[in-house]
Design a protein around this ligand. Structure first.
Ligand code: ADP
Ligand code: MG
Length: 621
């Protein structure tokens, strides 16, 4: 070990810069926050090559005078804290006085600014923390900051930058967080000369959300307001049917700042408990206002985490506000064309009828009959919906269709009185004298040579489909099926870039997606296994996965992820009654697939109990 010495100033600065500035998106965040703090009413952001070549943020806020400009780029110089007391009642987004100095230390930065009452503006150029130019300049009131060649002098950081499309995705995320928090400011985001978002100022948060994520989502959101002396809550929560496969659609804002908070995430999860699959995440936009005295935002340099004075009270209030809103809402999902919303749930009778008709259809098929889709989907007696439209979702899946799609033909027909003995029983050690039976439409119980097994029907089916899919994709790509009418879906610019970037992947999955207007795509072909209406759902989950993954996994991992998602959507669900035939087939397949003791998510598919175990339990030994 060498001798202890004080670090040279330049190193200290670079280390500090690294804490705040991680990638182009962090620059965008800091510059946009400064513009908001300056009271701007309009903020324009431009990025080139994902922000790695250029980031420019222009505002019409208060501006700075010439002598203030050089102070602004000095470390720990801020206009936002005047005294220590201010630190405990922070109203502004910035206050640490670090951002401009940090950015200046790791890029070529240029600031041009004029305060509203000055006749003339000023310009300053900083390169790797050296001030190069400081002179008068003609410009409009407000401030423009340009950041070029981020990390030009920090090769280690530069190496970690991702493809432009990925970096832009992060920029877009930061932009969204600030734009959603401040509807009364107009925002624009452009990337490589294309305008990606244009958000006019509005008094309505719902409108801002709709502009950003699509009008349909905006309109579907349930709204809730609560004003308590200490905490005010404004929430926009999507109905459970809109839940996503990642938490990237849960945004919490505290006093105009995006934050991430575990106890709030927990409250959201609790509020939707029982309404959605526990592995999915509801879409919730939560805007909280609290007395700045009651919370500490100075926990982390990027201020994304906070410390509440009374975190339990916040948790309880958010939970009860959301719960009440969900309870008061009519949660029967409305049919919205093209969004692949879940269908209204069938009532008991409709469901029974549907299952009967499926069973009939099934019985009429012979083993050699080729796989043809029925003339139309399942009829829905008593339902006011049109018989079959492309937009008519139907998430009730009989295992039969999956079988057809998987094996190209239906399983052997059931003879009256048949208990499944026509099947090749040698294929499975579960071959049982009695045949398996279904318990609570969820589990299959089955006699084995040395005892019994209980099978989770969804988990096992999921695993079986997953293995088949893996086999097929290893041999090239999944079977694809052209849609009669393409399904359309709203996408953001970043998502559209992702689709472009991963075109190969989509093709392998059997999907064909084309652009359809400025912010929509059309799905032309789907994996044969997915029903028409499930494809939009699948694509949305796929985008969520690509957008919110933390690092760049290899393509095998993405494929694994997608196949397991697809398998989950195609498999029978817990609660689906199965026919004799389906039960037997499922049990028979169990041994044919690898790792069938766990579903692709790792949950067990099967529990075993031996006769010995039973004997022990009954104290027979
Ligand atoms: P902080 O925002 O924490 O104060 P920064 O380094 O981001 O630190 O900015 C330093 C100072 O520069 C701010 O306190 C503010 O006075 C001034 N400043 C930065 N950006 C702007 C802007 N867009 N308009 C007006 N003043 C700005
Ligand atoms: Mg700042």
């Amino acid at each position: 070990m060498g001798r202890i010495r004080v670090l040279p100033d330049i190193l200290v600065k670079r280390i500090a810069a690294g804490e705040v500035i991680e990638r182009p998106a962090s620059v965008v965040k800091e510059l946009m926050e400064n513009a908001v703090d300056a009271g701007a009413r309009s903020i324009a952001v431009t990025a080139e090559q994902g922000g790695t070549h250029l980031i420019r943020v222009t505002d019409d806020g208060a501006g700075m005078s010439a002598d203030q400009l050089s102070l602004a780029v000095t470390p720990h110089a801020t206009s936002k804290l005047q005294s220590e007391a201010d630190l405990y009642r922070i109203q502004s987004l910035g206050f640490r006085g670090e951002a401009l100095a940090s950015i200046g230390a790791v890029s070529r930065m240029r600031l041009v600014s004029r305060s509203r009452d000055a006749d003339e503006g000023a310009e300053i150029v900083v390169e790797g923390e050296q001030v190069q130019t400081n002179r008068a300049a003609g410009c409009a009131a407000g401030t423009t900051v340009e950041v070029r060649e981020l990390f030009f002098n920090v090769p280690a950081r530069r190496k970690f930058l991702r493809a432009a499309g990925t970096e832009f995705g992060h920029v877009n995320t930061q932009f969204a967080r600030i734009a959603l928090a401040h509807p009364r400011i107009a925002f624009e985001l452009a990337h490589n000369d294309r305008v990606v978002h244009q958000l006019p100022l509005t008094a309505s948060r719902r409108e801002r959300i709709g502009r950003f994520y699509g009008r349909e989502l905006g309109e579907a959101l349930l709204e809730c307001r609560r004003d308590d002396a200490e905490l005010s809550i404004e929430a926009y929560a999507a109905p459970p049917a809109d839940a996503r496969s990642s938490a990237g659609w849960q945004l919490t804002f505290l006093n105009g700042r995006h934050i991430r908070d575990r106890s709030i995430q927990h409250a959201i999860k609790e509020a939707y408990r029982g309404l959605i699959d526990p592995q999915r995440y509801p879409i919730v936009f939560l805007f909280l206002q609290i007395d700045p005295n009651m919370v500490d935002v100075n926990v982390h340099p990027t201020k994304i985490e906070v410390r509440w004075q009374d975190s339990r009270a916040v948790h309880a209030q958010v939970l009860s506000a959301l719960r009440e809103t969900l309870q008061a809402a009519d949660l029967t999902p409305a049919l919205r064309a093209g969004r692949g919303a879940a269908p209204p749930p069938l009532d008991q009778e409709q469901r029974a009828e549907l299952l009967r008709s499926m069973a009939d259809e099934f019985k009429q098929m012979t083993p050699t009959q080729p796989a043809v889709a029925g003339p139309q989907g399942h009829s829905r007696p008593g339902s006011a919906m049109p018989p079959r439209a492309v937009t008519q979702p139907d998430t009730t899946r009989s295992g039969i269709e999956t079988w057809r799609a998987m094996y190209g033909q239906a399983p052997p027909a059931v003879q009256p009185g048949d208990t499944g003995s026509s099947l090749d029983q040698q294929a499975s050690p579960f071959a049982s004298r009695t045949g398996a039976f279904q318990l609570h439409n969820t589990y299959l119980v089955c006699e084995t040579e040395d005892g019994m097994v209980i099978i989770d029907q969804h988990a096992l089916h999921e695993r079986i489909i997953f293995e088949r899919l893996k086999e097929r994709i290893a041999g090239g790509k999944l079977e694809s099926q052209r849609l009669l009418l393409p399904e359309t879906m709203h996408v953001t610019e970043a998502q559209s870039a992702l689709l472009h970037e991963h075109a190969d992947l989509l093709e392998r999955m059997g999907m064909e997606v084309t652009r359809f207007g400025p912010d929509e795509v059309a799905v032309q072909s789907t994996p044969a296994l997915l029903k028409d209406n499930a494809v939009v759902d699948f694509l949305r989950d796929l985008l969520d996965k690509l957008e919110h993954r933390v690092d760049e996994p290899g393509s095998d991992e993405i494929i694994y992820d997608l196949l397991s998602m697809m398998a989950c959507k195609a498999a029978v669900k817990a609660g689906d009654p199965l026919t004799r035939q389906e039960i037997d087939d499922l049990v028979r397949q169990k041994d044919l697939v690898e790792k069938s003791s766990n579903c692709p998510h790792g949950r067990p598919t099967t529990l075993r109990m031996t006769v010995k175990d039973l004997e022990r339990q009954f104290k027979r030994t």
